[in-house]
Design a protein around this ligand. Structure first.
Ligand SMILES: Nc1ncnc2c1ncn2[C@@H]1O[C@H](COP(=O)(O)OP(=O)(O)OP(=O)(O)O)[C@@H](O)[C@H]1O
Length: 238
C-alpha cells in the first residue's frame, strides 16, 4: 500500500519552554479533506505552523509520503510538497496581483498563471492592482493561488474564511472543493465556521489544549452532542 500523503507521529512542539502541541498522531489519506476544529487557543494554528516548520518541534515525525520532513527548514518542506496558507494571508502588499503570483511559480512557466486565474477569475480582473488594494477575500484567493502554483500534494489552509462576507466564503469553499476533487490534493482545513468545514471535510479532528480530543467523520460529529458542546462550545450543528 502506498504511504499516506501525510502522517504525523507523536508530534510535540511549542514556543520556548511552553509546549502547545502534545503527542499528536494522525494520518490523512490521499485526496482526503480533514477539518481541524477546536475552540480558540487550543493549538490549531500551532499544529499547522509546526508542520510547516515555523514553530519549534520538540519531538515526533512528520511524514510527507515516504519522507520524514520534520528536520527540514520551511522552504524545503514547501519544495517537498507541503503547501501552507497561513491565517495572516502572507501576500506582498507592494507587488501587483500578477507579481505576487509570479513568486509562487517556482520555476514553472508563466502559462501556469492561467491556472491561478481559472481557479479565481476575480484575480484576473484585479491583476494590475497592488496586494494592499485587495479586499480580504481577494487577498485570501491570492495567498491560496500562490501556494497552489507550487503544486503541493498536501495543502494546509488556516482559517481562510476569517472576516469574510458569506458570499465570498461560498466562493472560496467552492474553489477548495474543486481543488480537492480535480487536483488530487490532500487538504487540511482549520476553520471556526464549523458548518462550512463539515460540509467540506470527510474527516474531522478536534484539538483540546494541544492534543487530539476527538476524531471521526462529520456525520459522527453531528450526532455527538456532547463533543460538539464541550469541545466546540456550541449548542448544536445544523
Ligand atoms: N508566538 C507564540 N508565542 C507563545 N505562545 C503562543 C504563540 N502563538 C500561540 N501561542 C499559544 O499557543 C496556544 C495555542 O495557540 P494557537 O494559536 O495555536 O491556537 P488556535 O487553536 O489556532 O487558536 P485560534 O482559533 O484563536 O487561532 C495558546 O495558548 C497560545 O496562547
Amino acid at each position: 500500500m502506498p504511504a499516506a500523503p501525510l502522517e504525523i507521529r507523536n508530534l510535540s512542539s511549542g514556543y520556548g519552554p511552553t509546549r502547545v502541541i502534545e503527542d499528536v498522531s494522525f494520518s490523512v489519506a490521499a485526496g482526503s479533506r480533514l477539518a481541524v476544529l477546536g475552540r480558540n487557543g487550543m493549538g490549531k494554528t500551532s499544529l499547522f505552523s509546526t508542520l510547516a516548520g515555523q514553530t519549534k518541534r520538540y519531538g515526533g515525525e512528520i511524514r510527507l509520503g515516504e519522507r520524514d520532513i520534520a528536520a527540514l527548514p520551511s522552504a524545503a518542506r514547501a519544495i517537498a510538497g507541503l503547501g501552507y496558507v497561513p491565517q495572516t494571508r502572507d501576500i506582498f502588499p507592494t507587488l501587483t496581483v500578477e507579481e505576487n503570483i509570479f513568486v509562487g511559480l517556482k520555476g514553472r512557466s508563466k502559462d501556469a498563471l492561467e491556472e491561478a486565474y481559472a481557479m479565481f477569475p476575480r484575480l484576473k480582473e484585479r491583476r494590475r492592482n497592488l496586494g494592499s488594494q485587495l479586499s480580504g477575500g481577494e487577498q485570501q484567493m491570492l495567498s491560496t493561488a500562490r501556494t497552489i502554483l507550487g503544486q503541493p500534494t498536501v495543502l494546509l489552509l488556516d482559517e481562510p474564511l476569517e472576516g469574510l462576507a458569506p458570499v465570498i466564503c461560498e466562493e472560496l469553499m467552492a474553489a477548495f472543493s474543486r481543488l480537492a476533487q480535480t487536483g488530487d490534493m490532500t487538504i487540511l482545513l482549520v476553520e471556526q465556521r464549523i458548518q462550512s468545514a463539515l460540509d467540506f471535510a470527510d474527516h474531522v479532528i478536534i484539538m483540546e489544549r494541544g492534543r487530539i480530543a476527538w476524531r471521526g467523520t462529520p456525520v459522527e460529529l453531528s450526532a455527538d452532542k456532547q463533543a460538539v458542546e464541550e469541545l466546540l462550545g456550541v449548542g448544536g450543528l445544523h
